[in-house]
Design a binder for this molecule. Sequence first.
Ligand code: FNR
Length: 184
Amino acid sequence: GQRTIVGISGSLRRDSFNRHVLAAATELTEPHVTLNTYDLSALPLFNGDLEDGGDPASVAEFKRTILESDGLFIVTPEYHHGMPGVMKNAIDWAGSDANHNVLKDMPAAMIGASPTMFGTAFSQQQLKQSLIAAGASVMQQPSVFIARANKKIDENGVITHEDTKAMIASSLRAFSEWIDHKKK
Ligand code: FNR
């Protein structure tokens, strides 16, 4: 049947490679899959005090969006060999039990782009561990590390490297199979 997945970028900057990859991904899904993007900019820094009496509106909206989706698709950069604080903060909110852990049993998959030769491998490793800790069903294969992203994405944010587009499409295809497998 028709599937809806939510996509988030671990980089907030306008010309982010990862934001461009997420935008491209919305066009590379199979016809029965809709990928909606969700911007993390409005989330406050995690603070348990803010959960008293219900989540802040931006957090509640973010968590509801995940809950109403069939899966969470993450595109993230790597900072200092780990995931950016923006991404960890979003995971901490979404996976917090105080109101409702919306990552529990949620199918999740990730890809990432970086100008270096490792292409976010360390960041994704760390992100997988955090998602697993929160109870998400994390897809392990295929790994998609978009290394040397500056040579594959042009100044208009267009992915000019066909193999990269094919890798993104294969990740999305595997993810929809992963969701089908988890939901049956
Ligand atoms: C980086 N960058 C980076 N790249 C990488 O592959 N491994 C790393 O450990 C780091 N560390 C790092 C730390 C900090 C604070 C910054 C700002 C950057 C480079 C990073 O991949 C590059 O800036 C990307 O362009 C960031 O992704 P977006 O914003 O283009 O999506």
